[in-house]
Design a protein around this ligand. Structure first.
Ligand SMILES: [Zn+2]
Length: 282
């Protein structure tokens, strides 16, 4: 993956020829960067996320669990677990939940744990990141694993997982110092896939996903883009507000472009330029 050397260098987009991809406004609810919380419920349309069973990357599962995750999220999680040499020492406790499953979990928690606990740790149906397939709860595989609050300590293989997570596109979504923003209590076990380099920027800047979503809005296509350099590529990030009907999103055809809605009001383009191409057209 390589270290980010020059982080946050806003500059004018290069004079490259941009193509346009036309996206319907409903597409703002899809992609790896969607913000899901109380104000921004899940609104994925059609068939929902592209899911794969967790058994594709990890043999160890809780008894009876049939867990699945969004395809890219699962692939990167598999690579992260491999890099940590976690094998059976970290267990995937929860992944994708349908709205119905979230409703059942919420109701069960209300009955068993009460309203205060539930409000702190269980998102209301429709407002859970788990409904996107981009959130995963992981636990230390040590005896009984709590389904809602698995143990994920700051030492050993769990600590290694935390240290490497951003490199593989994951963030710890609910941190103690962001509770006033997320309205969810600190959850050391809940990781959200947002994709690299967004995970690295969020980690380095100490953002919550709410703050990062706002931060990106200053880098509109017409103004300065966010550029950063890694060992492998030059990465360019910019934001395109969504129009009412369809939006023409400019993309550089020479780059590998990743488009995501923010589940709010626009699209984020992440363009990966092959190393060595960055001087052309500047
Ligand atoms: Zn979770």
């Amino acid at each position: 993956m390589g270290q980010i050397r020059d982080l946050f260098i806003p500059r004018r987009p290069p004079a490259a020829k941009y193509d346009q991809i036309r996206l319907d406004r409903t597409k703002i609810h899809e992609g790896h960067l969607i913000l899901v919380n109380r104000q921004h419920p899940v609104k994925q349309s059609g068939t929902g996320p592209n899911l794969l069973p967790v058994s594709a990357v990890q043999a160890v599962q809780l008894p009876g669990a049939e867990i699945s995750l969004e395809k890219t999220c699962l692939e990167r999680l598999g690579a992260l677990l491999h890099a940590c040499r976690a094998r059976d020492r970290i267990v995937i406790v929860s992944g994708y939940r349908s709205k119905k499953e979230q409703e059942e979990l919420y109701e069960t928690s209300l009955q068993e744990n009460g309203a205060v606990f539930t409000a702190s740790y269980v998102a209301r149906p429709g407002e859970s990141e788990h409904q996107t397939g981009l959130a995963v709860d992981v636990g230390e595989n040590a005896g009984d694993v709590d389904f809602i609050c698995p143990s994920f300590p700051d030492y050993g293989v769990c600590q290694t997982f935390k240290q490497l997570a951003a490199e593989y596109g994951f963030i710890q979504r609910y941190k103690a110092d962001k509770e006033h923003i997320t309205h969810i209590a600190c959850e050391p076990w809940h990781f959200r896939y947002v994709g690299y380099p967004h995970s690295a920027i969020i980690e380095q800047r100490g953002f919550s996903l709410e703050e990062y979503t706002e931060f990106l809005k200053q880098y509109t296509f017409d103004r300065g883009h966010l550029f950063m350099e890694t060992d492998r590529s030059l990465i360019e990030i910019y934001y395109v507000p969504a129009e009412q009907g369809t939006t023409a999103v400019p993309v550089n055809p020479a780059a590998r472009n990743n488009l995501s809605g923010n589940n709010q009001n626009g699209f984020v383009v992440t363009a990966f330029h092959p190393k060595g191409s960055e001087d052309r057209g500047r």
